[in-house]
Write a protein that binds this ligand. Sequence first.
Ligand code: A2P
Length: 321
Amino acid sequence: MAKQETPMPTLKLNNGGTMPAIGLGTISFNESDEKIKFATLTAIRMGYRHVDTASGYHTEVLLGEALQEAMKLNLVTREDMFVTTKLAPDEVDPRDIVPSLRNSLSKLQLEYVDLLMIHWPLQLKKGAKMPPREGDFLPFDLRATWATLEQCVEKGLTKSIGVSNFNVKILNELMSFAKIPPVVNQVELHPRWQQKRMREYCASVGIIVEAWSPLGAPGQKYGTHDLLANSTLQQIAQKHQKTTAQVCLRWIFECGCSSVPKSFNRLRMSQNFAIFDWQLDEEDHKWIDAIPQNKYFLAAFLCNKTTSPFRSVDELWDGDC
Ligand code: A2P
């Protein structure tokens, strides 16, 4: 299989490390284990060096097997890869964090991950699954949780720590006491949800904003076809003879952000990687800036008036929704 000719650029993290600008997203609800494993190995052969999972995705074991195979075939060494996982909301009690991370590491067959994230800014009872029931929420002590993530760095179980789905207010609170600041906040980000306030805030404190569902997750039950069907993006794609998906990913990259598009299809996987030998021009950026904004994933199921720390989606996203 042809490896991509343009190597993957990396983004500099605030701890001195680097992260490949595009990672393979691996959330999956309907693909077979074999397909996921094969796709991961295919991505590595193609030149992907960054894979993103979460304990809630149930793909850690498959990624672990694919990584082992890739190393056995001498395609990569452990050091070549940037592997990220996330603590689920029922794993963020300080007493649970190290055992949960060790469990993820055992599934991934790794000694350490490159980035460990808190998946959501909330805590659920042990064993509670998403979407949570009203009685599943627990008070979330971010300070204590973060101190334990910092210990994970000290223990060598992860190189970096970060967060996901944090709003600006909670991120700012975290920055006020973090001894090790988060390197990344992974959030919904694409041309239809540009996150200007979040990007400005993160740029001011040295956090990389990373895009999940950078293509709007077309074909997934939680996703939309609207983004790739956007006429402005389609016109820009036509102008550059690229796909709409490539325009989305290139725009994210030109914003200084990373992204983790999920594809288990070889052609689309290679298209999603091939965005580094061309660029958008000023006019394209003006057009994209003017696209009406629409947050697709509100996560209203995480809000209630009694037990959740967020009474409304407005609180969950600190008004950015
Ligand atoms: P597939 O795995 O069959 O390629 P997101 O990364 O925004 O969550 O989107 C994931 C969804 O988008 C998957 O259903 C994936 O399907 C599809 N997808 C991934 N890459 C592309 C692409 N380049 N063009 C169109 N659809 C894509």
